[in-house]
Design a protein around this ligand. Structure first.
Ligand code: AMP
Length: 632
């Protein structure tokens, strides 16, 4: 048996040999002629000349050999439903959806935007796109009209697939009105909207545009839609993520590289195989959901669980009940979810038989030591912190129990994963020593499965991710990190103004733009403030145009509520700041630069650092007074 270190080294020494071997895990309609084309750095093309299909690898090949094996289990603790689909049934549903899409004019290369709750039709829609070569762009259901409109304009979808509502905590969360408003706001008008009517919330279809899926499904009940064989580099999807500018970036994923990367990760990292069950508690709107609810487990021939609901309904034992009932062997969740569960009686966990579970994987945000330790102790299993990004599509740093069972240490996502030439750099472009803090970067070419570009903007791909130094050319993760003497890596937070709320990446600029849309606000700064449950929460500091608007505590409260509502309706409740504090001036340097780090430090009750460059010291006093004020 090899070691993680040797395995990693092997992948870097001879990537061609390494990845052409891994590529055998999937079916190729036409074999590739070149493992990697890196003739135009930093653009990497994997498995050049090969033709494959994600849906074939996730569904058809298993439906052919094990048609009755479980493929997808949909569980909603909100609507009290549970539906099991075998691989054969999944294939039929995907073909019905694919036929419906084709009847609405969708062909290979067209974009299909999916704005849906966690229901099986969302997975059918993703796989149907993959089947016919359409490029899906799933937008998280928590995003509201303005966010959705920006994504519609960037992806210019021919079709949008949506639903009346999702359910969360016993309440219906409507989708359709937000979608209608987004289409009004967007410049690009999609020709058709395919509606999955769950019967949760009444809605009025838009004539000539909205199409009811139930009747189309009936029409195509026996549809046979063959897979479209696609070049390895064909874009499979676009997934938007926040950055430092207000405009989200459309991360583009290929087809062949992604399939191979996921297939390999299922063995080496997640240790899941044919006939086993994976339960990933994320949402299809996030990268974790794309890779480890939909494509990864299915490619590996596993059964995947799709869950609608919270970890606490009907009680804090619901996830463990699912593990027991479906004999889950691989579970994947987030540190925030672990912290939520930690607040509840462990009897909810211990009353269930969890003996099938091999590991619990947690990712998306820093995993604090106490939570890591608690979860490991209570489960009596390795809890594996893994670090990655929307951009990479699969883990960058992780323990790899499928390669070697290394010691799991608390507070670290362990080692660089095979394929990633990860280094920690000083700001001058030299490499850090052990135990020295620097910027986590990847020396290209990026391995298979990582982003191939930014949708419609190759230039932005290069200027955003590869401009850390003039030399060497490296991919910047925008995270600070440290590697200790034993090779364990620690992630120490972002180098940019992106914040991480419960594992969801939010750009402070986007929130600032939403708040600035309120007529009373002249200027605003949003910073991420440490939160014991969610990791971070946005907090806003706003300057009003007219001081009379905040003349009394009541008026201030009213305006705060109105501003929060503005964020809800424009970006969605996930971006809602914990507080909006009102000031007459923001702390800035004499050259007009906002003192973000100092604002953040004060909001967290820390020392604001060097303030010799501040323009108006009174701004700090005001800020401190504002922070001390509680709402009436
Ligand atoms: P996203 O693209 O939304 O998944 O966010 C990626 C960012 O989340 C990374 O750049 C990190 O800042 C953070 N992140 C993800 N996983 C971890 C982890 N295991 N530990 C620390 N930070 C993480």
């Amino acid at each position: 048996m090899t070691t993680c270190k040797a395995f990693h080294q092997e992948s870097l020494d001879d990537p061609d040999a390494f990845w052409s071997r891994e590529a055998r895990r999937i079916d190729w309609h036409r074999p590739f002629v070149k493992t990697l084309d890196y003739s135009r750095p930093p653009f990497a093309k994997w498995f050049v000349g090969g033709q494959t299909n994600l849906c074939h690898n996730a569904v058809d090949r298993h439906a052919a050999t094990r048609p009755d094996a479980r493929a997808l289990v949909f569980i909603s603790s909100e609507t009290d439903s549970e539906i099991v689909y075998s691989f054969a049934q999944l294939k039929r549903e995907v073909m019905r959806m694919a036929a419906a899409m084709q009847s609405l004019g969708v062909v290979a290369g067209d974009r299909v935007l999916i704005y849906m709750p966690m229901i099986p039709e969302a997975t059918f829609a993703m796989l149907a796109c993959a089947r016919i070569g359409a490029i899906h762009s799933v937008v998280f259901g928590g995003f509201a009209s303005a966010s959705l409109a920006t994504r519609i304009d960037d992806a210019t979808p021919k079709l949008i697939v949506s639903s009346d509502a999702g359910m969360r905590g016993g309440r219906a969360v409507t989708y359709k009105p937000l979608l209608d408003e987004a289409i009004v706001l967007a410049r690009h008008k999609p020709a058709k909207v395919l509606m999955i009517d769950r019967g949760l919330v009444k809605f009025s279809p838009v004539k000539g545009r909205d199409v009811d899926y139930a009747s189309l499904r009936e029409r195509f009940i026996d549809a046979q839609v063959p897979v479209t064989w696609l070049p390895s580099e064909h874009p499979s999807y676009i997934l938007y993520t926040s950055g430092t500018t207000g405009k989200p970036k459309g991360i583009v994923r290929d087809t062949g590289g992604y399939a191979v990367a996921l297939a390999a990760s299922m063995q080496y990292i997640f240790c899941g195989g044919e006939g086993e069950t994976m339960f990933c508690t994320s949402d299809i709107g996030w990268v974790v959901g794309h890779s480890y609810i939909v494509y990864g487990p299915l490619i590996a021939g596993m059964c995947t669980i799709m869950y609608e609901g919270t970890p606490l309904r009907p009680d804090a034992g619901i996830w463990w009940q699912i593990v027991e009932k479906y004999k889950v062997s691989v579970m994947f969740s987030s540190p925030t979810a672990a912290r939520v569960l930690k607040k509840h009686d462990t009897a909810f966990m211990h009353k269930h038989d969890l003996s099938t579970l091999k590991h619990l994987f947690l990712a998306g945000e820093p995993l604090d030591q106490p939570t890591h330790e608690w979860m490991t102790r209570e489960l009596g299993l390795p809890v594996i912190d893994n670090y990655w990004q929307t951009e990479t599509g699969w883990p960058i740093l992780a323990a790899m129990p499928g390669v070697e069972k290394t010691e799991i240490r608390y507070g670290t996502p362990s080692f660089p994963v095979y394929g990633y030439d990860l280094k920690i750099f000083r700001e001058d472009g030299t490499v850090c020593d052990a135990d020295e803090k620097g910027i986590v970067a990847i020396v290209p070419p990026l391995p298979p499965g990582c982003l191939t570009t930014v949708w419609g903007d190759d230039e932005r791909f290069v200027s955003t991710y590869f401009s850390l130094f003039r030399e060497p050319l490296v991919y910047s993760s925008f995270d600070w990190g440290i590697r200790d003497k034993d090779g364990y890596h620690y992630i120490l937070g972002r180098t940019d103004d992106v914040i991480n709320v419960a594992g969801h990446r939010l750009g402070t600029r986007e929130i600032e733009e939403a708040i600035q849309g309120h007529p009373a606000i002249a200027e605003v700064a949003v910073v991420g403030v440490a939160d014991p449950l969610k990791g971070q929460m946005p907090m806003a500091f706003a300057v009003v145009k007219d001081a009379a608007l905040i003349a009394t505590p009541q008026k201030r409260d009213e305006l705060e509520k109105a501003v929060l509502k503005q964020v809800d309706t424009s970006l969605g409740a996930i971006a809602r700041p914990s507080r909006v504090h009102f000031l007459t001036v923001l702390p800035k340097t004499r050259s007009g630069k906002l003192l973000r780090r100092s604002i953040q430090a004060l909001a967290e009750g820390r020392d604001p650092g060097d303030l010799t460059t501040i323009e108006d010291p009174a701004a700090l006093e005001q800020l401190q007074q504002a922070l001390a004020r509680t709402p009436v």
